[in-house]
Design a protein around this ligand. Structure first.
Ligand code: UDP
Ligand code: MG
Length: 338
């Protein structure tokens, strides 16, 4: 059911939309929080932009949630969103996106590794006409073997597979146009692939060098185990990019090739058997023919299922299969009159 707002309600809703929403996921960052909120407030106040700071507590157990609540009662621009339990950084960011009302959205980490001073620089770049500006951490202050090396490989691999060549996918400091964020659904640990998802949605993407600091308080929530999860998510993104709107083209083609090869081999063996009376029962070729035919049928059915699922995906959410950047026309009423 859709609720229809009066024009005045609509107007006030747009008037009260801040220019920028800052989204910060927080999981056990109690020592960094006060300094983080202060730093962000002072940078944003100096820019004179209207803003809201959305801190999403991701089920912290160290008192971050309590502290956040107290701060939300003293800082008028701070909205504290407290999740019921720990869902992970992607879900925390997705919650932040859902509650953000700004025209632009900037995400950053809650551990002070990103520097709020970079926020206005990213926003300036965004206003040049980009939909997404991604930070590129200079002099990254993380452990070489467990963090920097996997990240180097991952960035290269993601670039190759997704076709979006930016240097630092893992940097949380990013600025988005809000319409873009509304079009993207986040699952698993897909926040890392936001530029790739944005690219699928036709976004204009660029990157800017940003500062990076060593973690002063608390501990990193990730280790080497993340590499595997990133690889799995990469497969999902690859699938989404290639097959989302045309699964039958891919599976159907493979299926028909496999099926045709199988039938061809089967015919050849039938001719040998019936025409020349050869025994074919113990030939490996027979097994190959059967496997190819079965695989072909399965791939074809998979493609059909994919088509059905894809239609449900788009239609159940009212997602069109295209994205409009803008519509330009002289006022509709005039058009009708002419
Ligand atoms: N984070 C979160 N939920 C989690 C893990 C992390 O909200 O389950 C937040 C964390 O508080 C931080 C950001 O995500 O603000 C990045 O986490 P972290 O600094 O541990 O990652 P790293 O910088 O080491 O890659
Ligand atoms: Mg960090």
């Amino acid at each position: 059911m859709t609720t229809i707002k009066s024009p005045i309600q609509n107007l006030t809703a747009t008037l009260t939309r801040p220019e920028v929403s800052l989204v910060v996921p927080i999981y056990n960052e109690v020592e960094s929080l006060p300094q983080l909120i202060k730093a962000i407030t002072s940078v944003l106040t100096s820019t004179q932009l209207s803003y809201e700071l959305i801190c999403v507590d991701d089920g912290s157990t160290d008192g971050s949630a309590q502290l956040l609540k107290e701060h939300a009662l003293t800082y008028p621009n701070l909205r504290a969103v407290l999740l019921r339990r720990n869902y992970g950084q992607t879900a925390a960011m997705a919650a932040g996106f859902d509650y953000a009302r700004g025209h632009a959205i900037v995400t950053l980490d809650g551990d002070l590794q990103n520097d709020p001073i970079d926020i206005p620089i990213l926003l300036a770049k965004l206003s040049e006409g980009y939909d997404l500006v991604s930070g590129w951490r200079q002099n990254r202050q993380d452990k070489a073997l467990t963090r920097l090396l996997p990240s180097l490989i991952a960035n290269w691999l993601i670039g190759q597979i997704t076709g979006v060549k930016i240097h630092d996918y893992g940097c949380s400091l990013k600025a988005y146009r809000s319409e873009l964020v509304a079009d993207m659904n986040l699952y698993g640990e897909l926040h890392r692939f936001l530029p790739a998802l944005a690219f699928i949605e036709g976004a204009r993407i660029t990157e800017l060098p940003v500062r990076h600091h060593a973690r002063r308080h608390g501990y990193s929530k990730y280790g080497l185990g993340r590499t595997f999860r990133v690889l799995m998510d990469l497969l999902t993104v690859l699938f989404m990019r290639k097959f989302l709107t045309r699964p039958m083209h891919v599976f159907g083609l493979l299926g028909i090739i496999s099926f045709a090869l199988g039938v061809g081999l089967g015919l050849y063996l039938t001719i040998l058997k019936l025409g020349f009376g050869e025994s074919i029962g113990d030939r490996p070729l027979l097994i190959l023919a059967v496997v190819l035919i079965l695989t072909g049928v399965q791939l074809l059915s998979f493609g059909l299922l994919g088509e059905l699922l894809m239609r449900t995906y788009h239609e159940s959410q009212g997602r069109p299969i295209y994205r409009v950047r803008e519509i330009v026309e002289i006022n509709v009423k005039n058009n009708k009159e002419n």
